[in-house]
Design a protein around this ligand. Structure first.
Ligand code: BEZ
Length: 255
């Protein structure tokens, strides 16, 4: 899942450092429960693992990602599946051409949420399902606050650098209803997520690039150290470091 305004992700680094994103997304595939032959759009397919999972459950899948590099990597890994580059806010796909739209860990990169929701609705047939998981209100708050504070120490405002959109359940459900969906299920829950060997620093490198844009290597290094210092106490668990993820999971039907 590639995002708007967060810098470039190397697809290979993504597979190495963020493969857990797809593994954890299998629950969202369960929620969609794809049926045999259903046409499913995987919006923000990243390196294609969940498109492959949807396909293995019988769906006819198209994976779309903003990043051509992610699309190439997906096509290399899963040559039997279809992938193409596209922007979630303006999908150039045929109207009403999908039975379901699936999206995992992508929509929190899109601040123009209503545009993306309208684009999803346009490509769904009447009665089609939209099942998505994204970061919800309060997601990665400890890390976000540490970044804001470390930048503020250098009189750098994080407001324009912050690429994330973490809506509350009520806000997102409201946007879906306004756009012409009926919300059948919505839940916001904590999901502490192990940070693994590369720790907070590795997470920042993969996901928080836009906060550091235009800064020198030296500044990046120093600010990263401050972020790690500030965030670590709040992220320490019994078995290591955990990012304070909060997921918003929704299932809605086009009416
Ligand atoms: C998330 O999956 O919730 C997430 C990942 C990276 C940055 C922000 C949020």
């Amino acid at each position: 899942m590639t995002m708007v305004g967060a810098g470039d992700w190397a697809a290979s680094e993504y597979d190495r450092s963020a493969g857990y994103v797809s593994r954890l997304g299998e629950d969202v595939v369960d929620l969609l429960d794809p049926r045999l032959g259903e046409r499913v759009l995987d919006l923000g397919c990243g390196t294609g693992d969940l498109s492959a999972e949807l396909s293995s459950r019988g769906a006819e899948v198209l994976g779309v990602d903003l990043s051509p590099e992610m699309v190439s990597r997906s096509a290399e890994k899963y040559p039997a599946l279809r992938f193409e580059a596209g922007d979630a806010r303006s999908l150039g796909l045929r109207p009403e051409s999908f039975d379901a739209v699936f999206s995992n860990a992508t929509l929190h990169w899109i601040k123009e949420a209503s545009k993306a929701i309208r684009a999803v609705r346009r490509v769904l047939r009447p009665g089609g399902r939209f099942v998505a998981e994204l970061g919800g209100r309060g997601n990665v708050r400890t890390i976000e606050r540490a970044i804001e504070e470390a930048l503020a120490e250098r009189v750098i405002s994080s407001a324009d650098r912050n690429p994330w959109y973490f809506p509350s359940l009520a806000e997102y459900a409201g946007l879906l209803e306004e756009a012409g969906f009926e919300v059948r299920y919505a839940v916001l829950f904590d999901r502490p997520t192990p940070l693994g060997e590369e720790g907070i620093e590795g997470w920042l490198r993969v996901f928080a690039g836009s906060f550091f844009e235009g800064l020198s290597e030296e500044e990046r290094g120093e600010i990263t150290e401050r972020v790690v210092e500030k965030a670590r106490p709040g992220l320490s668990g019994e078995d290591g470091l955990f990012a304070d993820y909060r997921r918003l999971r929704v299932s809605a039907v086009k009416v």
